[in-house]
Ligand binder design. Sequence first.
Ligand SMILES: [Zn+2]
Length: 84
Amino acid sequence: MRRCTWRDCTQTAAARVRFELPNLLAGSERDYCQAHTAQVCAGPGTWVQRWLGPRRAAQPVLPGLPGAAPAGRSSERGRKGVGP
Ligand SMILES: [Zn+2]
């Protein structure tokens, strides 16, 4: 597993970022974790070349995360808990 190349970061790299002009690192590629990939890509001349590691690491955030609306869970799923 590659590590994030951000200074002092100990996270596993999640993506390879490509640098182009006008970025100071133009022409180089570096691996960053998910958080730092987002941070680096906020700057000019940067884009994600490809995502690294297992696919589940690059999984998009699901719109219906548990905890956001716990009231709506019982109507669609979880029928095994229905009583007599
Ligand atoms: Zn990092």
